[in-house]
Design a protein around this ligand. Sequence first.
Ligand code: PMP
Length: 331
Amino acid sequence: MRRWLGEVPKMMAARGEKIWMDGHLVDFDQARVHVLGHTLHYGVGVFEGIRAYPTDAGTAVFRLAEHVRRLLTSARVYRLPVPFDAPAIERAIVETVAANRIVPAYIRPLVYRGEPALGVKNSTGKVSLAIASIPAKKYLGDGSESGVRAKISPFRKPHSDTIPSFAKACGNYLSSYLAGLDAQHDGYDEAILLDAHGYVAEGTGENLFLVRDGKLYTPGLESDILLGITRETVMTIAEDLGYPVVSKLISVNELLTADEAFFTGTYAELAPLREVGQHAIGTAVPGPVTRKVMAVFAQAVHGEEPRYARWLTPVPGTKAAAAPTPRAARR
Ligand code: PMP
């Protein structure tokens, strides 16, 4: 057996005080589901990853409305009738962040069928929503700043004819999991998955951009990616900075010969790519365009850039808790 199949990946510390379940905040250790729940067996569930950041005005959730909209779109793809509408889910997320008093926070809403209901075609069981808010870490560790080493994965993205990539569904992550473990085993920080036709798609939980001659390029939906909210955020910031952005098919050679490249994602934020396989990207240090976009992104999420204030939803009652992180420490 290949060794990576047996290895345990690094885990994030999933600890908060309360988890919101179908309208109630329950103690972290009581947030349980039945072992015969449909989602556990067949992967038919959908979820989101959202971040809350400290700002001078208190804790703020970044791009809350867009994440909730994507959650509900994903749920529609899998015929999961969510028993809460968008405003109610937004309120519940804000309530969960406030209750846990953790900042920066990683917020995980999950739509699932958790009652005993075996049978893959069983679509009648109760649909539930749970929301956790746990400490956010740097997903790609030190590489988030100095540059990530990634490997082109032998595992590819499933074609959207098989599993629609724009729905953020639990089962989608089987290929990410295999790709991530394989990259980790080979000593890389992250995997880059190709689409079914061999074009560059995305990381295990990140979208990917490259920079060439002052223009940004990123794979589009035709490469079976998740349409990332950070991807869209970066497209807006880059265009506002005067860098044109093109979404298109990207070959492996285009990536390897790029001036710069970086990952984007809620958990990874912006992480420069230093090497892909044995190839240095550009000069193997975070390039000037990447650094500029990263700097504006950091200002936007921390409420320091008024033109992007619309992306932040304040969490009432958190002003004192959110203040201290010095700028130098959080970048
Ligand atoms: N691709 C995949 C497969 C992901 O899981 C994620 C994380 N949600 C992303 C891209 C980035 O999406 P976002 O910027 O919305 O977090």
